[in-house]
Design a protein around this ligand. Structure first.
Ligand SMILES: [Zn+2]
Length: 200
């Protein structure tokens, strides 16, 4: 468990270097396959440039802090993590960015970002060729997390790759382990950037 925490903490610090988590923003979580009802989620308000293994706390599948962590605030977006684990039970890790290109793409005001023909599309699980089109859904941003979780449930059919954008906010991506979640976020962010630069 400590090993997993240390590995994700290292990824979080690296993503901060990329400019994906300004001003303490963004949040991350993972589950241990042996105790899937416990979510290890980043605490609220931590500067991601110095994020460490000690900056995770444990919550249940409803986002409620476990007794050992009572009084400590989990990330404001914890309910999104809870909903994704419930909708996709094989998910063991969720990562999030507030990247510039994700925000720029979402400001085209469409309901998805359409990505075609890129080799790196194969970074998404299940995509075997560049000769395809992937739609990454864009959902409107809100501070109402119960409402947003409801949106995710209703729009599950549109989540054909393990990533979505919250408008003018950032990207969520997930996977069956840290390696896969990381690959999915980096795939999405690379594609958002190249596609934005090509069309603008
Ligand atoms: Zn966020």
């Amino acid at each position: 468990m400590e090993e997993l925490k240390a590995q994700l903490a290292q990824v979080i610090r690296a993503y901060h270097q990329k400019g994906w988590s300004p001003a303490t923003s963004t949040n991350y979580s993972f589950r241990n396959p042996e105790t899937p009802d416990v979510i290890f989620v980043s605490k609220s308000g931590i500067d991601k440039s110095v994020f460490s293994a000690a900056d995770f706390m444990e919550v249940d599948m409803d986002g409620k802090a476990l007794p050992a962590y009572e009084g400590i605030r989990p990330s404001a977006e914890t309910l999104i993590h809870c909903k994704l684990y419930a909708l996709f039970p094989e998910t063991m890790c969720i990562v999030h960015s507030h990247s510039l290109y994700s925000v720029l793409q979402s400001m085209k005001n469409e309901i998805s970002v359409s990505l075609s023909g890129y080799e790196v599309l194969k970074g998404f699980e299940g995509i075997k060729t560049h000769e395809t089109t992937v739609q990454v859904p864009v959902f409107d941003n809100t501070q109402d997390m119960p409402a947003f979780s409801e949106t995710l449930e209703q729009e599950k059919a549109r989540l054909t790759v393990p990533a979505f954008i919250m408008r003018q906010h950032g990207t969520y991506a997930w996977g069956r382990n840290l390696f896969e979640a990381k690959r999915h976020l980096e795939t999405a962010e690379y594609l958002f950037e190249v596609d934005w630069k090509f069309s603008n």
